[in-house]
Design a protein around this ligand. Structure first.
Ligand code: GLN
Length: 306
């Protein structure tokens, strides 16, 4: 371990080597990437700079700044919260402990939503609803990569909405992404009073039982409500499937992210709800990750919701 009171002069390379070995010994995954991200953040430089100036001697205060960040990582705080940024769809998002850290898995949901957009005629606005937007990663990416998208994004957490608003501004999509504080269990269709072409969501889908066994990075640091439904892991899928016929235009598309092992059950739920053209897309790890379906008016029951 490196100590703040050490008088040793460290080069970038030595400090990195030392910290990487230490993290590896403690059993942390991706030790090198973690150290690169933390040191680059401490030095306010790009990661590549760590290698182009690897023999440079670090100032004592630079070492100490790094140590403050590094000690947080040793306590299992996710590196994205420490640096305040996460990369998603090649874009940089501001994150803090009020939001779930965007995952690469969720890029599959965005890619599938972009593919679904291709089916809409040119020049026509595509209205999209993102349920549980968190940092706004899905909503902002869709607005960035699909010029025709007009996104409404809801979340029940005022803190998350503040983070999302910041990301909307960073990416300059304020004219096409609108946020509303709203819970999925409220009468969302009546409150929004409009219909959408696409409804997307990466809902909290970890079951209460699995949540207690999650790695400390997630369980002790990420918002519980963004991770688990506190029940069987399907509460939000069920609710969104119930809402979808009232939220979507005829033939609109619903896209839901699912946990490893949940896809078949969600397919069954959509099929029972009378949805059409149900399909599953795998993430880059080959895990069924996104379930999509087309929804027609017929799927609306005669009984009003809520
Ligand atoms: N939409 C955000 C994401 O996909 C947050 C999702 C959530 O909080 N469950 O990362």
């Amino acid at each position: 371990m490196i100590f703040k009171q050490d008088i040793k002069v460290w080069t970038v390379r030595e400090l990195m080597r030392h910290a990487i070995d230490h993290l590896q010994q403690l059993g942390f995954d991706e030790a090198r990437l973690n150290v690169e991200l933390l040191l680059a953040h401490a030095l306010a430089c790009q990661r590549i700079h760590l290698y182009t100036s690897r023999y440079q001697a670090l100032k004592r205060e630079e070492v100490n700044t790094f140590l403050l960040l590094y000690e947080r990582r040793l306590e299992h705080e996710p590196v994205q919260y420490i640096t305040g940024t996460a990369t998603f769809m090649g874009l940089s998002f501001a994150v803090d402990s009020r939001v779930l850290i965007p995952r690469p898995d969720t890029e599959t949901l965005v890619e599938q939503a972009l593919l679904a957009c291709n089916d809409f005629p040119d020049g026509r606005t595509i209205k999209i609803l993102d349920i549980g937007t968190g940092s706004g990663n899905i909503a902002v990416s869709l607005a960035k990569f699909e010029r025709r998208a007009r996104v409404t994004a809801i979340d029940n957490s005022p803190g998350a909405l503040e983070v999302a608003q910041g990301n909307i501004e960073i990416h300059g999509v304020g004219d096409r992404v609108l946020l509303h504080e709203m819970d999925a269990f409220e009468p969302v269709d009546q409150l929004l009073r409009t219909r959408f072409d696409l409804v997307v969501s990466n809902p909290p889908y970890v079951s209460a039982e699995d949540w207690v066994r999650l790695q400390p990075e997630v369980r002790d640091f990420e918002p519980r409500d963004a991770t688990t439904d506190g029940a069987d892991g399907y509460e939000l899928h069920r609710r969104i499937i119930e809402l979808a016929p009232y939220l979507l235009n005829d033939g609109g598309v619903l896209l839901l992210e699912v946990a490893d092992g949940q896809a078949m059950q969600v397919v069954a739920m959509m099929s029972q709800a009378g949805f059409h053209t149900i399909g599953v897309a795998n993430d880059l790890g080959g895990i069924p990750r996104v379930v999509r379906a087309s929804v027609y008016a017929k799927a609306r029951s005669s009984v009003r919701l809520n």
